[in-house]
Design a protein around this ligand. Structure first.
Ligand SMILES: [Fe+2]
Ligand SMILES: [Fe+2]
Length: 135
């Protein structure tokens, strides 16, 4: 299976943030292996927990940046983060109770997040802090 690669259109130019986003690509690739080998949900649970750890750590770092720059769109952005955390919590529960493999669903959820959040909303706050820096 073709592994997903980090591409420059995902890059914000903030080293810590980019490294954290790269770790999400690694998780997606782990899920792709899960899909290829038809791994059961019991194998998905530690991966889902890794996503939860990622989210808790990464969102805190981003929200500290919003604090530092008084980012005006923080409420909307943080609502997205909260929705992600709720969705992952739900997925974790589903992995515990349903038989049907969840790996494809989890992978597609994260691919959607790459497109709809990292590539768009995360880039928006970077544009804002860049503007603050040239003032
Ligand atoms: Fe992010
Ligand atoms: Fe974010």
């Amino acid at each position: 299976m073709q592994l997903l690669k980090w591409t420059t259109d995902l890059e914000l130019g903030l080293e810590q943030i980019d490294n954290q986003h790269k770790s999400l690509i690694n998780i997606i690739n782990e899920l792709n292996i899960g899909i290829e080998y038809g791994q059961p949900n019991s194998v998905m649970i530690p991966i889902v927990e890794k996503i939860q750890d990622y989210a808790n750590t990464h969102f805190k770092v981003e929200e500290e940046i919003f604090d530092n720059y008084s980012y005006p769109d923080r409420a909307d952005h943080e609502a997205d983060h909260a929705t992600f955390i709720d969705s992952i919590k739900y997925i974790h529960k589903q992995c515990e109770i349903i038989e049907e493999p969840m790996s494809t669903r989890i992978r597609d959820f994260l691919l959607g997040w790459l497109c709809n959040h990292i590539r768009t909303k995360d880039k928006e706050y970077k544009r804002f802090i860049d503007k603050c820096s040239v003032r």
